[in-house]
Design a protein around this ligand. Structure first.
Ligand code: ATP
Ligand code: MG
Length: 158
């Protein structure tokens, strides 16, 4: 389906902001303009739900989560940045593998199965996008993904 990505992303963030139990501040860097992208919106919702619940799960008390969406050439780049414990460099690509969890002890205590990001990767790649992570241990993690976006395609509808 074709969705207005800016509206859609705001609604997803709203849902988490209204239901969150932690003292975490949400910051939105979303464009003021509309972006129409053709995606399976239920599937992209699954991707964002997992990334945002991870960010909340690993956020410290009083931390910030920053949501960004920017237009690049031929795609939009979406990112969710937290101020949590981070992921060691050597594990950064592994977190997208099935059942991989950085630290068994800390993960057991946090719950989950280790499938969320593997599913997110499958969905993003099925949309011809990319997904990756950047992190600094003790400072936080940012998960990025892209979705193809053709600004000219909107004009074709007129
Ligand atoms: P599930 O998503 O299936 O409930 P999960 O959250 O443990 O379980 P993934 O979402 O796939 O699994 O994440 C894999 C692992 O990557 C996590 O167990 C955690 O160790 C690490 N991780 C993911 N996101 C973050 C983050 N924002 N900060 C720190 N570590 C993270
Ligand atoms: Mg998860």
């Amino acid at each position: 389906d074709w969705i207005n990505f800016t509206d859609y992303f705001h609604k997803i963030i709203d849902r988490f902001e209204l239901s969150k139990k932690q003292n975490v501040t949400f910051i939105r860097n979303l464009p003021n303009k509309d972006f129409y992208v053709e995606v399976d919106s239920d599937k992209i919702t699954q991707v964002l739900d997992n990334i945002i619940s991870n960010a909340l799960k690993y956020s410290p008390e009083g931390g910030k989560i920053t949501f960004t969406a920017t237009e690049k050439e031929g795609f939009i780049e979406i990112s969710v940045k937290d101020e949590g414990m981070g992921v060691p460099k050597k594990s950064l690509s592994k977190i997208f593998e099935r059942f991989y969890r950085v630290d068994k002890a800390r993960s057991r205590q946090m719950g989950g199965t280790g499938l969320g990001l593997a599913i997110a990767k499958e969905i993003v790649e099925a949309h011809n996008g990319k997904i990756w992570a950047e992190s600094e241990e003790g400072k936080g993690t940012t998960i990025f993904f892209t979705l193809p976006y053709d600004p000219n395609q909107e004009d074709d509808w007129e």
